[in-house]
Design a protein. Sequence first.
Lengths: 274, 294
Amino acid sequence: MRRTVGERMWAIAVWALVVFFVANLLAMIGSVVVNSFGTRWFDTWLPAGYTVQWYSLAWNEFQLPDILLVTVEVVGAVVLISGLIGVPAAYAMARRNFPGKQAVMLLFLLPLLVPPITYGIPMATVLYKAHLAGRISGVILANLVPTVPFVILIMIPFVEQIDPRIEAAARVFGAGIGRLFVQILVPLLTPGILAALLLVLVRTIAMFELTFLTAGPDSQTLVVALYYAVFAAGVRPGQSIDAMAVIYMITTLAWLLIALRFVNPAQIVTRAKQ
Amino acid sequence: MTPSQFTLRQRLRERGLDGVTLLVIPGVVFVLALFIYPFLYGLFLSFTPQVGGWLANYAKFFSEPFLYDTISITLWIAIPATLLNTVLSVPVALRVRLMKHQRLLTTILVIPITLGTVMVAEGLLTYLGPRGWLNRTLLELGLADNPVRLIHNYWGVMLSLVITGFPFTFLLTLSYVTGIDPALEQAGAMLGARARERFLRILLPLLAPGLAITLALAFVQAFTVFPSAILLGAPAGPTRVISIVAYQAAFEQYDYSLASAIAMLMAGVQVLIIVGLLGARTLLFRGPVSTGKG
């Protein structure tokens, strides 16, 4: 296709827009990283000197060891439980046509379409009434609300790819449902399970709203602690908040990089077949 | 054999109900208990106010400007952000579709979504602040005489919605755009249609249903903006969005009944906009967008 001058100008304008966006995005991340290592930074492009003292300050001041432990507990439990509930449910949804299947599908889609803050407030109310909120168990339950349906919707196409005759053969040789899962399905579904659980992991580390609404003082995850640190900015040096932000970024982006080995970036957004 | 000779188990299996189907039950019970039940409970709670008749919460919301203004404040942030992100996404997605190494760009763009709004708010506070790199660049280039105020006001929230929202709408739009068969556009070009005509008469009609979904999802996200409206905005004034008053009612005034009513109103506005958008979608073309060989 030959391109006219106007078309070429248009292409350049679009690329300029992309470059502008990416440059600002990287500069935003970069300024946090630079600030977290800077000693004093006023009217210059870069700080006057560099130090790592903000990291040790943040580590102690924000009680990061405790917060990281809670984060690991919450995220680990959410990943494990959403896998245990989600994968078998996805198998049933993929393999059986039962009355009311459409309604069940809608039921699983809703928590992914409704934004967390909308359903989070009534849910937190119920969890407080049940004396679960304010504790780690409540935070885990709240975070499972979007992740269980997420795993189900991601896993359904993976199950559909498996030839049902393999399962039939296993059944003929006398494998029960438990053995079928352990010896046939889980090995065959490993790529899908890894993709789904890694995405759950990344989403749960970054899930602010639901954790914020249900966490007590001892059950804050890293992202909620970061929110409180930024909210109370001025109490502590800005550099130590940025040091904490860098620690948060490293935890999220490291897992994102691992996750991207198994999934396409677009899958993080599209969530499910729409 | 007549049907009566089958056992109950066989008849259930015939309808798709057997041991495997039961595996769906934990998931269903979980979503019912922690999503549907709280929602219904919240709806019920919103009609049992702490004082007054059953509609007192809603009456209170719509009689106090301090409360009902939040709807227009939120829309005033959410609608421009949604439109801007979606409108920018279309040309970029159409261009990136032709690119060979999309993966690097999509990976970079997925970073702000992954970091989340709290981290983006902290990043923008540093980057857009009076001594940040953006203002420094503007001053050096002579584009501004004084640092431009971009944080703790409307623009801070708007920019955070662009930073997290644009990658979202872009990646969604890209997935719809790549679903359109390039042969359709090539046929148009062969028949002499210029780029503008090909876009308006071939791509846009095919893209419209996907764009309606993108708009709906992007709007719902922008409408529930929360941490950045507090951290990066002016939560007492121009960015006092509806999620802030819902949160304050629940966790600062401990009026769960009023908070539930506000949450229900939030859900109501979202449903109205989504039904409107998806309703408009059914008026548009809904045929196949990929011409495969079967």
